[in-house]
Design a protein around this ligand. Sequence first.
Ligand code: IPE
Ligand code: IPE
Ligand code: MG
Ligand code: MG
Ligand code: MG
Length: 375
Amino acid sequence: MWYKAGCRSCVDFHGLNVNNSSQSKVPGAVILMPMCIPDTGVRVSAGCSSKKVTNRPMTTVPTTSTSVSALGEYLERARHRIEESLDEYLPALGADAEAVCPERLAMAMRYSVLGGGKRLRPVLCLMATEACGGESAAALPGACALEMVHAYSLIHDDLPAMDDDDLRRGRATTHRAFDEATAILAGDGLLTLAFEVVAKEVRPSSAALRCVAILAEAAGPAGMVGGQMADLLAEGHGEAGGRRPPTSVTLATLEAIHRRKTGALLRAPLKIGAVIAQASECCVEALDRYGKAIGLAFQIVDDLLDVQGDETKLGKRVGKDSALGKWTYPRFLGVDGSSRRARQLADEAIAAIEPIGPRGELLRSLALALLERDR
Ligand code: IPE
Ligand code: IPE
Ligand code: MG
Ligand code: MG
Ligand code: MG
């Protein structure tokens, strides 16, 4: 479970939903951990009976206080729709498809995108559109593009030249399941496909243009890629991949790194969702402030999970940050101090969307739920 609040209703939001699954077709794709659930059903635990949620339309935006289970149900339905759309946007497999995209590349792209994940960035995009009074269906292309860019960032983050990880989303990392060259190209393919989807599918074209700019800025040198470089330099990454003494980092520097490497791609969905809904600038700004706050909180919780998380639930290795000499929030503030800072940021996020009123209820619940995640 990655989402729990008050133990009233815990929803497992990590079930594997691989339509036309590439998983079984991937040569050498070692399944390292049997944690992914091979169906699309929600598992409601903590005293609730299991139930399967079908792909019915999303709930309309609640105008009253959102319960924990309402958030869980929303997340499950959103994830289902997002994964169906991702499946359609990704290169197909099969003999006819080979002419469009080499099958090995298509398999690697599908493996990395469709193999689980919380789908937080696309969910935020849909929620933002709805919070501004728009239709979530209009946000799906932007939402999928965000998840593609995120999946690319994970593939590259796991490469031996970067964090050198062998486990992601409970399975072999893409370069382990395939090979490094294929993994690099799968990342490149996802990054470029994301922009193709936004440019071709987001309507009207003026909104598409703004979304392209927001996504590029969040993913590029001023955002995620720049943050990843700063993260490596701070850890002591030297020329030609050699080591040099790690940079002395202040908490302010660490915050700047986190805001770029992770925060930028979590902030972008809010803005993209608002732009797609053609929201007023005041709404765009409120959501942007929310995204800025939860973006940093999210990486603080990620740092905490690396210290005290459960590898089986997380689906990725723990203890890597200290092994690599990374600068993290727990290293500066300890576990309790980091948790307090994350809570403060969630409160900031909640305050930021006050002007949005009742339509922001799901986003408010989500900001708090993210503090409690365990994957
Ligand atoms: C992991 O992101 C990488 C970070 C930015 C910390 P997520 O925790 O959102 O990963 P998935 O998509 O759920 O696997
Ligand atoms: C990476 O942060 C953020 C990305 C840009 C992918 P981490 O290196 O801490 O992410 P995990 O812990 O491997 O998911
Ligand atoms: Mg990293
Ligand atoms: Mg990493
Ligand atoms: Mg991490």
